[in-house]
Write a protein that binds this ligand. Structure first.
Ligand code: SME
Length: 146
Protein backbone atom coordinates (compact mmCIF):
# COMPACT_ATOMS: atom_id res chain seq x y z
CA UNK A 1 0.00 0.00 0.00
CA UNK A 2 1.24 3.49 -0.76
CA UNK A 3 1.28 6.09 1.98
CA UNK A 4 -1.73 7.79 0.36
CA UNK A 5 -3.70 4.54 0.37
CA UNK A 6 -2.82 3.91 4.00
CA UNK A 7 -3.97 7.41 4.93
CA UNK A 8 -7.20 7.03 2.91
CA UNK A 9 -8.05 3.84 4.80
CA UNK A 10 -7.12 5.56 8.07
CA UNK A 11 -9.36 8.53 7.32
CA UNK A 12 -12.40 6.26 7.05
CA UNK A 13 -11.43 4.46 10.24
CA UNK A 14 -10.89 7.72 12.14
CA UNK A 15 -14.14 9.22 10.83
CA UNK A 16 -15.97 6.20 12.23
CA UNK A 17 -14.00 6.33 15.49
CA UNK A 18 -14.75 9.96 16.27
CA UNK A 19 -18.31 10.08 14.85
CA UNK A 20 -19.98 8.60 17.93
CA UNK A 21 -17.91 10.45 20.54
CA UNK A 22 -17.97 14.14 21.44
CA UNK A 23 -15.20 14.07 24.06
CA UNK A 24 -12.10 15.49 22.42
CA UNK A 25 -9.62 13.85 24.79
CA UNK A 26 -11.11 10.41 24.15
CA UNK A 27 -10.90 11.05 20.41
CA UNK A 28 -7.32 12.32 20.66
CA UNK A 29 -6.38 9.15 22.54
CA UNK A 30 -7.75 6.87 19.83
CA UNK A 31 -6.30 8.97 17.01
CA UNK A 32 -2.84 8.88 18.64
CA UNK A 33 -3.14 5.10 19.01
CA UNK A 34 -4.26 4.40 15.45
CA UNK A 35 -1.63 6.67 13.85
CA UNK A 36 1.13 5.29 16.05
CA UNK A 37 0.23 1.65 15.39
CA UNK A 38 -0.27 2.12 11.66
CA UNK A 39 2.93 3.96 10.87
CA UNK A 40 5.22 2.88 13.71
CA UNK A 41 6.22 6.43 14.56
CA UNK A 42 8.53 7.12 17.51
CA UNK A 43 6.11 9.45 19.31
CA UNK A 44 2.55 10.39 18.38
CA UNK A 45 0.43 12.65 20.50
CA UNK A 46 -1.31 15.86 21.35
CA UNK A 47 -0.68 19.02 23.31
CA UNK A 48 -3.68 21.14 24.34
CA UNK A 49 -3.55 24.94 24.44
CA UNK A 50 -4.11 26.19 27.98
CA UNK A 51 -3.53 29.93 28.44
CA UNK A 52 -0.04 30.69 27.17
CA UNK A 53 1.16 27.10 27.24
CA UNK A 54 0.66 23.79 25.52
CA UNK A 55 -0.04 21.00 28.00
CA UNK A 56 0.66 17.34 27.24
CA UNK A 57 -2.40 15.39 26.16
CA UNK A 58 -3.02 11.81 25.03
CA UNK A 59 0.00 10.23 23.35
CA UNK A 60 1.72 7.00 22.42
CA UNK A 61 5.46 6.53 22.88
CA UNK A 62 8.04 7.47 25.50
CA UNK A 63 7.42 10.08 28.20
CA UNK A 64 7.47 13.68 27.00
CA UNK A 65 7.80 17.21 28.34
CA UNK A 66 4.52 18.31 29.88
CA UNK A 67 4.43 22.04 29.08
CA UNK A 68 5.59 24.07 26.08
CA UNK A 69 5.31 27.90 26.04
CA UNK A 70 3.64 29.73 23.12
CA UNK A 71 6.13 30.20 20.29
CA UNK A 72 8.66 27.72 21.70
CA UNK A 73 9.85 24.53 20.04
CA UNK A 74 8.23 23.08 16.95
CA UNK A 75 4.90 22.71 18.75
CA UNK A 76 4.80 26.27 20.04
CA UNK A 77 5.87 27.55 16.61
CA UNK A 78 3.02 25.70 14.85
CA UNK A 79 0.65 27.20 17.44
CA UNK A 80 2.03 30.72 16.91
CA UNK A 81 1.94 30.47 13.11
CA UNK A 82 -1.42 28.65 13.08
CA UNK A 83 -0.02 26.37 10.45
CA UNK A 84 1.60 22.98 10.04
CA UNK A 85 5.36 22.85 10.58
CA UNK A 86 7.43 20.09 8.97
CA UNK A 87 10.98 19.66 10.28
CA UNK A 88 13.14 17.29 8.18
CA UNK A 89 16.01 17.46 10.70
CA UNK A 90 15.14 18.57 14.22
CA UNK A 91 18.80 19.23 15.02
CA UNK A 92 18.71 22.13 12.54
CA UNK A 93 15.52 23.71 13.93
CA UNK A 94 16.43 26.59 16.22
CA UNK A 95 14.62 26.17 19.52
CA UNK A 96 13.62 22.55 18.98
CA UNK A 97 12.67 20.96 22.31
CA UNK A 98 14.29 17.54 22.51
CA UNK A 99 11.95 15.39 24.59
CA UNK A 100 13.85 12.39 23.28
CA UNK A 101 17.32 12.26 21.74
CA UNK A 102 16.10 9.53 19.36
CA UNK A 103 13.87 11.92 17.43
CA UNK A 104 15.28 13.17 14.12
CA UNK A 105 12.31 14.58 12.20
CA UNK A 106 8.94 15.94 13.22
CA UNK A 107 5.61 17.31 12.04
CA UNK A 108 3.25 19.44 14.08
CA UNK A 109 -0.31 20.09 12.88
CA UNK A 110 -2.53 22.62 14.65
CA UNK A 111 -6.12 21.74 15.53
CA UNK A 112 -8.41 24.70 15.02
CA UNK A 113 -11.84 25.39 16.42
CA UNK A 114 -13.41 28.53 14.96
CA UNK A 115 -9.98 29.62 13.73
CA UNK A 116 -8.36 29.31 17.17
CA UNK A 117 -5.66 26.73 17.90
CA UNK A 118 -7.04 24.50 20.66
CA UNK A 119 -4.37 21.78 20.40
CA UNK A 120 -1.59 20.46 18.22
CA UNK A 121 -0.89 16.99 16.86
CA UNK A 122 2.83 16.26 17.19
CA UNK A 123 4.55 13.30 15.53
CA UNK A 124 8.22 12.39 15.89
CA UNK A 125 10.26 9.96 13.80
CA UNK A 126 13.66 8.42 14.41
CA UNK A 127 14.37 8.77 10.67
CA UNK A 128 15.28 12.04 9.00
CA UNK A 129 12.94 13.53 6.34
CA UNK A 130 9.97 11.36 7.35
CA UNK A 131 7.20 13.89 6.75
CA UNK A 132 6.15 15.55 3.51
CA UNK A 133 3.17 17.27 1.90
CA UNK A 134 1.24 13.98 1.79
CA UNK A 135 1.47 13.61 5.58
CA UNK A 136 0.53 17.27 5.97
CA UNK A 137 -2.51 16.88 3.70
CA UNK A 138 -3.94 13.87 5.50
CA UNK A 139 -2.96 14.84 9.03
CA UNK A 140 -4.66 18.22 8.52
CA UNK A 141 -7.81 16.36 7.48
CA UNK A 142 -7.57 14.22 10.62
CA UNK A 143 -6.99 17.35 12.74
CA UNK A 144 -10.15 18.78 11.22
CA UNK A 145 -12.19 15.88 12.58
CA UNK A 146 -11.26 16.64 16.19
N1 SME B 1 9.92 18.39 19.88
C1 SME B 1 8.76 19.13 20.33
C2 SME B 1 8.46 18.86 21.76
C3 SME B 1 7.49 17.77 22.00
S1 SME B 1 8.17 16.24 21.86
O1 SME B 1 8.71 16.05 20.49
C4 SME B 1 7.05 15.04 22.18
C5 SME B 1 8.98 20.62 20.08
O2 SME B 1 10.08 21.05 19.72
O3 SME B 1 8.03 21.37 20.26
Amino acid sequence: MTKQETYQTLLLQIEALVAGETDMIANMANVAAVLHETFGFWWTGFYRAEGQQLVLGPFQGPIACTRIPFGRGVCGTAWQRTETVIVPNVHEFAGHIACSSASNSEIVVPILHDGIVVAVLDIDSTDFNTFDAIDQHYLEQIAGML
